[in-house]
Design a binder for this molecule. Sequence first.
Ligand code: SF4
Length: 415
Amino acid sequence: MIYFQSLTQSELAQLLLPLSGIQKTGGLTPEEIQVKSEKRARYRAKQLFHWVYQRGQTDWDQMTDLSKDLRQWLKENIAIFRLTPQLNQQALDGTHKFLWSLGDSKTIESVIIPAALQSAVDLAEDLEEEKKVPAGPHAVGSRGIYSGKATQDDLKSTNWKRLTACISSQVGCAMACKFCLTGIQGLDRHLGVHEIVTQVYELRRLAPITNIVFMGMGEPLHNFENVVKACLILLDQDGLGFSKRKVTISTSGLVPAIEELGRRVDVSLAISLNASHDEQRSKIMPVNRKWNLESLMKACREYPLGSHRRITFEYVLLKDINDSLEDAARVYDLLRGIPSKVNLIPFNEHPGSDFKRPSDENVQKFQKYLVDRKVTATIRISKGRDILAACGQLRSIFGTARGTEKHRDWQAQQA
Ligand code: SF4
């Protein structure tokens, strides 16, 4: 069996080609027959993308405009992959966190992060983007009001500017960032294309997701080929139909893969920066020992950004480690010449971590330093704090990750 969500539209058309031969061939040359068959296969692939991704149909027999023979072939050869929900928690701020079990009993997490309508400018941007969202059960309504299916009342609220799906690319992560629970757990395995795409597919069935960020478990560029192919499927306008501006890949800094990404797929880029100089970054992000800040910033400068697009730099503020005004000044220098915005994220303290959250005053001073120098810098309050929304937290509670002694102790206390 092949999973539907692992196929691009053109790959699906290739699979359908042997079934798409035309009956009446009188007077046609073999080349003309081939062209007509390919056209029919492409048309059928498009129909199937509409049925599965836009109409949410999961039963081949209900796809009534397909021939009986084709439906039978689909039943025998292609499966629509589903993720099994193990847990769905809702935080007070509206954040939803999902723990999914995969076919092999591994688990991954995805999060829906709502953002409130903020300003007339935001609303105008939304109205522009709404025009690009395909019609269907997941369509976005007028004036930034999301009208689609939602599982819980908060997702139906008119207060959300956007609903962002934060998805995972691996089970665990090999990058071992010191402040991150997933990093502590280590890498279990890469996710397949179908497992990445299906996180969005499942969340879109629950809520009118508008944005996707690869900021869940895993380093997306470590699972490069699968992530690139998943992006191509997510961007397909006959499928889930996301705009390239609305899909963001966040990386800890795998420099050669950043360069390759720019050549392979047109999506937005975020860098998990988290430090202002090499010594500091290498201590908390081992990836920096291989690709230092100079090479990372060079890759960012050369990343092919479309018009009006910027690279997002995520900066987790850790008390007494990277939160001084000297750090802010070095960050400012690093970003010179790069169209950028900075997301400052005060560390989300969790059991078993030695890192601390800086005071609100220090966070605001850090932001002010950048804003005073015309750098767009926002403070992102860690969403879903009451449901442990930092990456890897749900999974570690449920004991499917390896975990450290401290985490195992903590899990035992929670049991
Ligand atoms: S912060 Fe991201 S890259 Fe680093 S260990 Fe965690 S999941 Fe991996």
